[in-house]
Write a protein that binds this ligand. Structure first.
Ligand code: SF4
Length: 233
């Protein structure tokens, strides 16, 4: 059963990539593809908006962003990574030192732990999408400030709209409080689902917090079990 589900995911990704490829060719002005002696027209009915294409367009709109002061110290914008068709999206706070250097979210020690957490519910990083509230590293890893969130969060919201996940998992206090617009502590927010636009949102402890407080891993495991049940529903 697991193998069939994996094949379904892979087939979905191939179809999505093909749709995305065709849509992008059409946007570049290609009007048809040669099929034997015939030309197969590319009509809009055949090509629903490709999510990968939408994500690329949002990245282009972001550009070499200078919309907030965090651009001054960054090495790379950390946009987001993963499957554009993901049914589960993880949202963290912002890039740390490793992420800033590599331009990818959750690649340091906390990232390795997140990969294991994702694996604990029989998924891989390639099957989910991972992003942050803000896309440039705050100096000294301080919390992002309100004006920085105001400038950056709209791009995360566009990414979430493009992907349309079933479940969003907010990692840590800051991501949970920002997405849910609350001051509640993460310990009171975790362990239950909220409505967030068209998705179900659950919050859990940030992997970096777990590295310092391994005794909270059991709580995260309970949250992950809830995600797995919702994912398979
Ligand atoms: Fe732009 Fe976001 Fe970076 Fe600020 S944090 S400069 S809004 S990409």
């Amino acid at each position: 059963m697991e193998k069939i589900n994996q094949l379904k995911v892979e087939l979905g990704q191939v179809i999505a990539s093909l749709e995305d490829y065709l849509r992008c060719r059409k946007e570049e002005g290609v009007e048809g593809l040669p099929v034997s002696d015939e030309v197969l027209p590319l009509s809009d009915e055949r090509l629903p908006a490709g999510k990968a294409c939408l994500l690329r367009n949002i990245r282009q709109e972001l550009g070499e962003c200078t919309r907030c002061k965090l651009h001054r110290h960054r090495t790379n914008i950390v946009y987001g990574v993963g499957n554009p068709e993901a049914r589960l999206v993880f949202v963290g706070e912002g890039p740390g030192e490793d992420e800033d250097r590599q331009g990818e979210p959750f690649v340091g020690r906390a990232g390795q732990l997140l990969t294991k957490i994702i694996g604990s519910i029989n998924l891989s990083r390639d099957e989910v999408y991972i992003a942050n509230i803000i896309k440039c590293r705050p100096p000294g890893n301080r919390n992002p400030e309100p004006d920085e969130i105001r400038a950056c969060e709209p791009f995360l919201i566009k990414q979430l709209e493009a992907i349309g996940p079933k479940i969003i998992c907010a990692l840590g206090t800051f991501a949970a409080q920002t997405l849910l617009q609350t001051d509640e502590k993460i310990s009171r927010l975790r362990g239950r689902f909220f409505s967030y636009r068209d998705a179900r949102l659950i919050a859990t402890f940030h992997p970096a917090f777990l590295l310092r407080n391994p005794e909270r891993k059991r709580d995260v495991w309970e949250d992950m079990k809830m995600i797995r049940e919702e994912y398979c529903r």
